[in-house]
Design a protein around this ligand. Structure first.
Ligand code: NAD
Length: 251
């Protein structure tokens, strides 16, 4: 239980990857702050399961980010994971979707990091882990806002890593390939429409075709990597953008 006494905020942890990361950090003794939306009864159940606090805040707004950070209190581990996707050709891309994706997938991380760093510096220890994506390294068509936000998150992470390195704080990205979560499931109909394909063709010829392993990444695998990045043995892993994509970006 090497994270006993550490407090971890995981954004977007009511579902998918964030929930798996929260579970993995909790299993190592961290005190968890959950964030994100969902069914209230289910969120209460998760709070019980993880002895966690839940702070509901819309992270597409500055006010929401500030409310989350004041509700969470000082944290030792910050996992920026909340994200959303929209699939559309650039000429039809809804401008409100562009704004929301940049706000949630990129700007929210800027706000949570700038608000969390002073306490980490004071403590002389901290871990910032940003869930980026293979799309922080390479693009796919019809995902302009997502690709732009995730490439930006990589740049933000590297910059922060350089600034906080003297204070015992690391900052890294984890970049999964396709993980079977609601975020992926929801983009299938739009991808079918944008590319004129069936559901099975989208899964096999668009999603899994990218990954040499031909397997979806499991959320628990991302949780295990997040735990490793919190270890003292990972103190020199900083400014990295760690792929977990079944070989997608090796090509
Ligand atoms: P998910 O849809 O299962 O979870 C998204 C989480 O974000 C939920 O907890 C949701 O409540 C929260 N959220 C959504 N809008 C929010 C808002 N406005 N304010 C606060 N919270 C909000 O998605 P997931 O697949 O687990 O994705 C998590 C992260 O992993 C995202 O950043 C995503 O881009 C990234 N990612 C996912 C995949 C994948 O294949 N699923 C691959 C690479 C990267």
């Amino acid at each position: 239980m090497f994270l006993s006494g550490k407090r971890a905020l995981v954004t977007g942890s009511t579902s998918g990857i964030g929930l798996a990361v929260a579970r993995a950090l909790h299993a190592e003794g961290a005190q968890i702050v959950l964030s994100g939306f969902g069914d209230e009864t289910e969120i209460e159940r998760l709070c019980e399961e993880l002895s966690a606090q839940h702070v509901a805040a819309d992270l597409t707004t500055l006010e929401g980010c500030e409310a989350l950070m004041s509700g969470a209190g000082p944290v030792d581990i910050l996992v920026n994971n909340a994200g959303m996707q929209h699939v559309s050709p650039i000429e039809d891309f809804p401008t409100d979707k562009w704004d929301a994706i940049i706000a949630l997938n990129l700007t929210a991380a800027f706000h949570t990091i700038r608000l969390a760093v002073p306490n980490m510096k004071k403590a002389g220890w901290g871990r910032i882990i940003n869930t980026a994506s293979a799309h922080s390294k390479v693009a796919s068509p019809f995902k302009s806002a997502y690709n732009a936000a995730k490439h930006g998150l990589d740049g933000l992470t590297k910059t922060v890593a350089l600034e906080v390195a003297p204070h015992g704080v690391t900052a890294n990205c984890i970049s999964p390939g396709y993980v079977w979560t609601p975020l992926v499931e929801k983009q299938i109909p739009d991808t079918m429409a944008a590319r004129g394909l069936t559901r099975d063709q989208v899964i096999n010829d668009v999603l899994l075709v990218k990954q040499a392993t031909r397997k979806f990444v499991q959320p628990e695998e991302v949780g295990a990597l997040a735990v490793f990045l919190c270890r003292d043995e990972a103190q020199n892993v900083t400014g990295a953008n760690w792929s977990m994509d079944g070989g997608w970006t090796a090509e």
